[in-house]
Design a protein around this ligand. Structure first.
Ligand code: ZN
Length: 249
């Protein structure tokens, strides 16, 4: 058992026995990890603020091997993201990010890139950025990091480059776009998308992290882009994302 330290973001928590709590973190150095906060459910627990959902903190923990649960020794707040708790839309968007990471990211795979993406999206949400824009950027970059980048430049059937003015569909099942000539292959569940939405996704993937806050999305494109990425995520996860339905509020 060795003592480790890392920056982390609280993405989930679960009561454990009568007094303890199992906290899920996305950490800078160890990826997604779980640790027990002993006595966390007692009144005046030293963990109560620092292990609140969406908090950015500095952890010190006893690392256990062989899939055993790590044990928290210290958890200090770096940034509480209290601004996210000040508005329902921002909070739900933050919880949606945490749930996606909890559900789709494998445990123990380190990715500093994903760690900083989560922080960047939380910062944008806290600074009153458009939640629709921030969440679509998060989804497409997360999918890409995990090796699930959808094929959006060429038709998945004929491999021709997608023309701007043609009718384009997206297949969540196939994870890519279909040109107008190949729509005869069509199956149910396809989503009609515009060239503008595909351009937004390309920019969201290409821009440096520090610059993603500059992206904007036309109001008319928001519903189709949301449906497209949600459909694809649902296909990959094989079930609904609980917090997704609250994004409508
Ligand atoms: Zn085609």
């Amino acid at each position: 058992m060795s003592l480790q330290s890392t920056q982390a973001i609280v993405i989930g928590s679960l009561d454990l026995g009568e007094a303890d709590r199992l906290v899920t973190f996305y950490s800078r150095q160890f990826g997604k990890m779980k640790a027990v906060a002993c006595g966390s459910r007692r009144l005046k627990s030293k963990w109560s603020r620092s292990t609140q959902l969406l908090t950015h903190c500095q952890l010190v923990f006893y690392e256990k091997k062989n899939n055993q649960l790590h044990r928290l020794r210290q958890c200090d707040i770096i940034h509480p993201y209290s601004g996210l708790w000040g508005g329902l839309k921002k909070l739900i968007a933050g919880l949606y990010v945490a749930e996606l990471v909890t559900r789709i990211v494998p445990e123990g795979e380190e990715s500093g890139e994903l760690f900083y993406l989560i922080l960047k999206v939380f910062n944008l949400l806290e600074q009153e950025g458009d939640p629709d824009v921030s969440l679509r950027i998060f989804e497409i970059r997360l999918l890409s990091m995990l090796g699930y980048r959808p094929q959006i430049g060429q038709c998945i059937y004929c491999k021709e480059a997608i023309r701007q003015n043609s009718k384009i569909s997206f297949s969540p099942l196939k994870g890519g776009v279909i040109c107008s000539n190949c729509l005869t292959h069509s199956q149910s569940g396809q989503i009609t998308v515009s060239a503008g939405s595909l351009l937004f996704l390309k920019q969201a993937l290409k821009l440096k992290l520090a610059k993603i806050g500059r992206l904007s999305l036309a109001k008319a494109l928001k519903p189709e882009l949301k449906e497209m990425l949600h459909g694809y995520l649902m296909h990959l996860l094989e079930r609904e994302i609980n917090s997704f339905r609250f994004l409508e509020l």
